[in-house]
Structure formats: C-alpha cells, structure tokens
Design a protein around this ligand. Structure first.
Ligand SMILES: Nc1nc2c(c(=O)[nH]1)N[C@H]1C(S)=C(S)[C@@H](COP(=O)(O)OP(=O)(O)OC[C@H]3O[C@@H](n4cnc5c(=O)[nH]c(N)nc54)[C@H](O)[C@@H]3O)O[C@H]1N2
Ligand SMILES: Nc1nc2c(c(=O)[nH]1)N[C@H]1C(S)=C(S)[C@@H](COP(=O)(O)OP(=O)(O)OC[C@H]3O[C@@H](n4cnc5c(=O)[nH]c(N)nc54)[C@H](O)[C@@H]3O)O[C@H]1N2
Ligand code: SF4
Ligand SMILES: [Mo]
Length: 708
C-alpha cells in the first residue's frame, strides 16, 4: 500500500480559499482536510468541502462525453468518444461562423473553479480569437467593485487578519459564519480583546446571533443609512479633519450632498429607529480602530453601487485608516499580481465585437440582442445559469430552441447541462493542477494534482487546447502546457511576489504575498489610495467616464463600452421594487424577497449531494415571518407558491421570527429538482441592472406568497 499526502487548495468561489491536504492511498483520495499550518484555514474546512472526496467519487459524476438523445432538457444522453465530441463541436461552430458569423457563438462561464488556469479566463483567448460574442461576467461584486474603485481605488483594503486589532467591527450585509467562515476566528479574537461586533442584515443570521448588536434593515436601503451616518459625522463634527485635508478630495461637496440625508430620513427608509442610527454612528466614530466588512449582498439592489460608494467614504471621514485594523475590507483580490491580460488576451479580439451581459442570458437567447446575429451556439463551462441567473423561464425557453447548439462542460448533470446537445466531463480539483488567488486573504495557493482523472474527465485547460486544435488555430499559445501557463499566470517579479518561488509554493501549498505584516500594517495610514488623485475620492473623478465595469469582470474591451453618466457624489437610490417606488406593484406583491447564500451549498455546487442536502433540507427553503404567514393562513410546512408577474416557484414554508416582517428569504443553490414544481427562486427575479457595474438586482424583488 502506498499512502501520500498532497497539498492543494479549495477551488470554490469562496473568499476563504482553504489550504487542502489530501490523503491518497493507492491512487485513491481517502480524505481531504484543512491544513493546520495555514494561518487562515487553521486546520478546518466547511460543511461543503469536509467530504470533498465524496464529490469527486460521486456516482453522479459525468465521466464521459455524451450526446443528447431525447428532447432538450430531458436529460437523456448517450456516451460518445472525445474525438467525436470535439469534431462535432468544431463542425457546428464552423457552420455557425459560415452562416451567421462568429458573434453567433456565445461563451458563458464564471467561477465554477477559482483556479487561475482552469477558472474565470480559461476560454477567453479561444473565443476572442474566434471573434465570438463577449460575455460580460458581472455575476458577483462588479457593482461593488466599481463603486469601491471610484472611491478608494483597487486596494486590498484592511488585511482580514488585522481585524484582531479592531475595537469596532461592522459586518455589513455579510453572513461571515456561512460565507466567509474562516474570517470568524479573527473577529472572535477581536471580540475577546473587547471589540464590539455589529451586524447589519434584514435577517437574524447565525452571524447576527453572535453579534453584540444586530441591526435589522429593510433590503436595499443601506445607502440611506450610510449617507445618514456621513450626515451625522459631519453635523456633529466627529471627523478626522487632518486626514480629510490630506488624504481625501471633495469633502465640501460631500457635506453639502449629505445634508439632506438626515437620521429621520434614513429611519423612514430603513426601518431602523433614529436613536439607533445616532448610536451606531457615534460608537463607530469613537471606538478606534473601527472596521467595516462589506458583503457582496449589499450590491444586489437598484442602488447597490451608490451604497458601496457611501460606505467607502465613512472610514476616511473618521480617519479609521490611520489605525492597524481600521478601515474597510471588500476584496483583497486586488493584491494578487495575476497576469490578467495574458489570461484574457483582449488583444485577440476583433476591433468591434458584441458584448452580452451574463445576467441577460434569457433575453439574449430569445433574440433580445444589442445588435448582430442571433445566438446559434452556446458554450457553457464553470457556470450553471439555469440555477443561478434571473428570468429562468426565458433561459429555459431559449435553451429549448431547436436551432441552438449547446455544449456544457461539467462535473454533474446540472439544471443547465440537461439542456445540452453535447455534455463534456470536467475534472475536479483533485484531478488537476492549478494556482490560486484569494478574494478573502493574502495567501497565494498552489493546487497539486492528487489523483489521476476519473473516467475521461479532462481539465478545462485541456478542453480548450483540444478545441483550439479542432478549430484549426495554429498559434502555439493555444497549445501551452499547464506548466507553461502557470509560469505565465503571475507577474513573478512584482514586489509582492518577493521571496515566493514556484518550487516552494508547490511544496507548501500556499505562501503569503510579501505585504507588510498584519501587526503594524495600516494600508492607507498615509493615504496612498490607488485612485487617479491618490486620495479617497468622496467626489469621484472616475465618474466622469460614466458607468463602467471594473476590469476583473470584463475581458479587455474598453472605451467603447463606457456607460451612462454617473453622479460623482454618493447618493441614495431607492429599491426598484418597494412601496415607495412602486406602490401599485406593492399592493399586489407586498412582500420583499431576498436570495442570499445557503450555508451548506456553494452557489449551486453540492445542491445534488446527500451530505449537504441533509444539512440544507432537500427542498428549497423559504423563510417567512410568522405574522406574514398567519395573515395568509400558512403554517410551518404548508406547501406554498411564491409569485409575481414574472413567474412562480413552489416550496414548503418555514416560519421564523429571524426574518423581518414583510420579508421572504429564499436562499440560492437549490437545484430545480428540490422545488415542488419546476424552477427555483430565479423564476421570479428581474434581469434589471443595479446603478453601477451592471450588477444584478435579484434581491430587489416584490412577491406574494399563497398556500397551495
Ligand atoms: N456557504 C456558502 N458560502 C459562500 C457562497 C455560498 O453559496 N454558500 N457563495 C460565495 C459567493 S459566490 C459569494 S459572492 C459570497 C457572498 O457572501 P455574502 O455577501 O456574505 O452572502 P449572502 O448570503 O448573499 O448575503 C449576506 C447577508 O446579506 C444579507 N442581505 C441581503 N440583502 C441585504 C441588504 O439589502 N442589506 C443588508 N444590510 N443585508 C442584506 C442577507 O440576509 C445575508 O445574510 O459568499 C461566498 N461563500
Ligand atoms: N438567487 C441567487 N442567485 C445568485 C446568487 C445568489 O446569492 N442568489 N449569487 C450570484 C453570485 S454571487 C454568483 S458568484 C453566481 C454564481 O453563478 P455560477 O458560477 O454559474 O454558479 P455555480 O453554482 O458556482 O456554478 C458553477 C458550475 O461549474 C461547475 N464546475 C466546477 N468546477 C468546474 C471545472 O473545473 N470545470 C467545469 N467545466 N465546470 C466546473 C460546477 O459543477 C457548477 O455547476 O450566482 C449568482 N446568482
Ligand atoms: S468552500 Fe470556502 S470555506 Fe469551504 S473549504 Fe472551500 S474555501 Fe474553505
Ligand atoms: Mo459570488
């Protein structure tokens, strides 16, 4: 018997990027555990990944290429060989290109794996080279990043580890214990040192329950709260005037702007009492170091971008950045010197190309296009739009089109894969090599391949090598080995890579970027914000160019995509679907629906696996306040229909006083088969964009609920 341990990294779209140790016995992975030496992982994984080997060896895994044999969506397929599959895809692509041009091909992908090789950008060079339509991937945090860049630039922000030094911590729309759980020990340590923890969330989540103060807020109204906080800080002179003078621009304009956002106004909008707004602001200003961690959830409403603008102004107003552990944490991903242009290859794009936003897949497949030919071929990898994207019925309708050729590369027969014409089997993280950034800490990770690929599964890198060859692309760039790709994936000469060698990274599995130590590192003590002015821009100079999508989420296209004008000062935008903005709609659909993450799923990953299903419940969870349920004659366990003009889905009611009255919570990640009828929460969510970065507004939705 041979037994080895292999150092790896969790591939999932999660800020924690845990360091994995896989035990392999005679070529089979028998256990996957968290690396005890990694300062963030600390030897612990999560309910999703504790039994990762069960995902790898699941009898549901797709192990061979398959061709559809039944009607679209039926899930009926027959095994074919790889050569046949690739030849058919290439022939169909060539045919589409000949008839309608390359823009009739739409690639569709996201972060099924976060590996720099196999993840976000693995297909971009090929599709750029073909001249296919570009899919603008604003699935997640794009509005928030745009707003953040407009205010403080693409800074990693506060080191998540230096939260231990904070004395006042605000988790703003962030359910740390479920979605970023390895950050919790740092928060807990700060609490032990005397810090106060505040959670701002419409739901009393497991994180909110452990807070010193949970502030329930009406969804999508956080902008009013943040602007009122700025108002109070200025009115009461709770300011760090030196910091403002030296390291910010636009203070006078901001002061003038926020004069209208009184605590009374914010109380009316948010449902938070005036006294609480005053107390929160005063405590925040007088308990240094004060730090805010914003969750992605804050952006999923009409004014999500401007909300992040307003929140990002607060630390500079009180000089929070001067302290170690003070300031703002959003996405430390900006610290990683990833060779994005080398991965995306925007230089291969034709001079004019079509861009379609990922959230508008349903409309696009049904012919609602900015210009150009209809979509005739769709290539999906690292994504599951049928489960995760709005206007689901329209996506289904589009995918059912007989004249659409759909390819899906997957681990499992997902809700999307069921509609494919050709399904291709992909390897899991244990079966492939990769190098990983993180959007939750400052360690670069390496994933060594632990076991041989199962069946005929191949990594995404290999998939695109094969496809490029079949498409007659002879540029050697498209045949680079994984080792070559790893060598070219990073700027190894960047100052933050000092002391990091590939060899040591492979052996240890992770290495900290050469940032200053957390103990004395306050990234913006002396300003140095990576904005055009080098300062925190209350008045944003980037606003001049109009609405834009932060670079990470687009693939190189530039000025021609500049958007509608943006007010350079933060302001409040009400939710699209709320009593104040849409009274007639609110009379018919009086409940507000949000769709946060499930504790036991990772987006839709694990929604089909027994251990995680047992934890999350096999049926789509829908939480209602007992008063709202009572009014509708709904008891715990009553089958219900959740609906609006866009559609409906069915579930079983769960009653909980943890949700605010007037609120319905339908966590994401459940597969369609977990629903009582067909479809999930995205049967009723809108494809309308938020104000900045073309972020989604799926948690800005009015609904009605009725017993079935
Ligand atoms: N277990 C688990 N972890 C995950 C994921 C997962 O699917 N499952 N997904 C990963 C991904 S891709 C992401 S982007 C992150 C997301 O991480 P988070 O942003 O933390 O995730 P969410 O659960 O969507 O939202 C966090 C909280 O915001 C609250 N919320 C919703 N709307 C509002 C609002 O308008 N205002 C305020 N103040 N709060 C609001 C929700 O009730 C929820 O408790 O999580 C990552 N980690
Ligand atoms: N209702 C609701 N909708 C949401 C959200 C929400 O909170 N609520 N969150 C939004 C956010 S924040 C995000 S990030 C998006 C996520 O949207 P998606 O990225 O589309 O969602 P996932 O469920 O992660 O789908 C990834 C798929 O990739 C597959 N996969 C994993 N690894 C590999 C691989 O190596 N190769 C290949 N070929 N496939 C692989 C997985 O099996 C999985 O089916 O959803 C968005 N939609
Ligand atoms: S899903 Fe997140 S918390 Fe769980 S093991 Fe992966 S990185 Fe860690
Ligand atoms: Mo996300």
């Amino acid at each position: 018997m041979t037994r080895t341990t292999v150092m790896g990294a969790c591939p999932h779209d999660c800020p924690d990027t845990c360091s994995l140790i896989t035990t392999v016995e005679d070529g089979k992975a028998i256990a996957v555990r968290g690396n005890p030496d990694h300062p963030f992982t600390r030897g612990r994984l999560c309910v999703k990944v504790n039994n990762y080997q069960d995902r790898v060896y699941s009898d549901q895994r797709l192990l061979y290429p398959m061709r559809r044999t039944g009607p679209k969506g039926s899930g009926q397929f027959a095994r074919i060989g790889w050569d046949e599959a690739i030849a058919e895809i290439a022939a169909r692509f060539k045919d589409v290109i000949a008839q309608d041009g390359p823009q009739a091909i739409l690639p569709y992908s996201y972060l099924g794996t976060q590996g720099i090789l196999n993840g976000l950008n693995v297909g971009d060079p090929l599709f750029n080279k073909l001249g296919a339509t570009v899919c603008e991937r604003t699935f997640c945090d794009s509005g928030s990043c745009t707003a953040y860049m407009m205010t403080i630039g693409h800074t990693p922000g506060v080191d998540p580890e230096s939260f231990v030094h904070a004395r006042y911590i605000i988790l703003w729309a962030c359910n740390t214990l479920s979605t970023n759980s390895h950050h919790w020990p740092f928060i807990e340590q700060a609490k032990k040192n005397g810090a106060k923890l505040v959670v701002i969330d419409p739901v009393r989540t497991r994180t909110a329950r452990l807070a010193d103060w949970h502030i329930p807020i009406r969804p999508g109204t956080d902008g009013a709260l943040a602007l009122a906080m700025a108002h109070i800080l200025i009115r009461e002179g709770r300011l760090d005037r030196d910091y403002i003078a030296q390291h910010t621009v636009g203070f006078d304009e901001l002061a003038e702007r926020v004069a209208q956002y009184t605590p009374e106004f914010a109380a009316e909008e948010t449902g938070i009492p005036v006294e609480d707004i005053l107390k929160l602001t005063r405590e925040y200003a007088s308990t240094p170091p004060a730090v805010i961690r914003i969750g992605v959830a804050v952006e999923r409403h009409a004014g999500g971008g401007q909300t992040v603008r307003a929140i990002s102004c607060l630390p500079a107003l009180i000089g929070a950045w001067k302290h170690v552990g003070g300031g703002l944490l959003q996405l430390p991903i900006w610290a990683f010197p990833v060779n994005w242009p080398g991965l995306m290859r925007p230089d291969l794009q034709p001079p004019s190309m079509r861009v379609i936003n990922s959230w508008r897949l349903g409309p696009a497949l049904n012919g609602e296009l900015p210009a150009g030919p209809p979509i005739r071929a769709l290539f999906v990898y690292n994504a599951n739009p049928m489960a995760m994207v709005c206007e689901q019925d329209r996506i289904a309708q589009g995918l059912a089109r007989e004249d659409l050729f759909t390819v899906v590369s997957e681990h499992f027969m997902t809700d999307t894969a069921r509609y494919a014409d050709i399904v291709l089997p992909a390897t899991t993280q244990l079966e492939q090599e990769d190098i990983m950034f993180s959007w939750g800490h400052l360690y670069l990770s390496y994933n060594n391949q632990a076991i041989a690929p199962l069946g005929e599964a191949i990594p995404n890198t290999e998939l695109f090598r094969r496809l490029a060859k079949a498409m007659d692309i002879d540029d050697p760039f498209f045949q680079r080995s994984d080792a070559q790709m790893i060598a070219e994936s990073m700027d190894w000469s960047s100052p933050v890579m000092q002391g990091i060698t590939l060899e040591e990274l492979k052996t240890r599995g992770y290495m900290r970027l050469a940032m200053p130590g957390a103990a004395d590192w306050a990234p913006h003590r002396d300003g140095n914000f990576p904005t055009p002015s080098g300062k925190c821009e209350f008045k944003s100079s980037l606003a001049e160019g109009g609405n834009f999508v932060a670079p990470l989420f687009r693939q190189g296209y530039g000025a021609d995509q500049a958007g509608e004008p943006v007010d350079p000062l933060p302001h409040y935008i009400r939710p699209n679907e709320a009593r104040a903005t849409a009274p007639a709609l609110a009379r018919r659909y009086p409940l507000s629906l949000i769709s946060p993450k499930s504790h036991a799923f990772l987006n839709s990953n694990f929604g089909n696996l027994p251990v995680q299903q047992a934890q999350a419940g096999e049926e789509q969870l829908v939480l209602l306040h007992p008063d709202d349920a009572g009014e509708r004659g709904i008891a715990a366990g009553t089958p219900i229909r959740v609906f609006n003009d866009r559609g409906a889905f069915e579930a079983k009611a769960t009653l909980s006083a943890d949700v605010m009255p007037g609120l319905v919570v339908a966590p994401s990640g459940y597969w369609h088969r977990s629903s009582r009828g067909s479809g999930n929460v995205h049967a009723i969510t809108p494809t309308v964009f938020a104000d900045l970065g073309r972020a989604p507004t799926f948690s800005d939705t009015l609904v009605q609920v009725a017993a079935l």
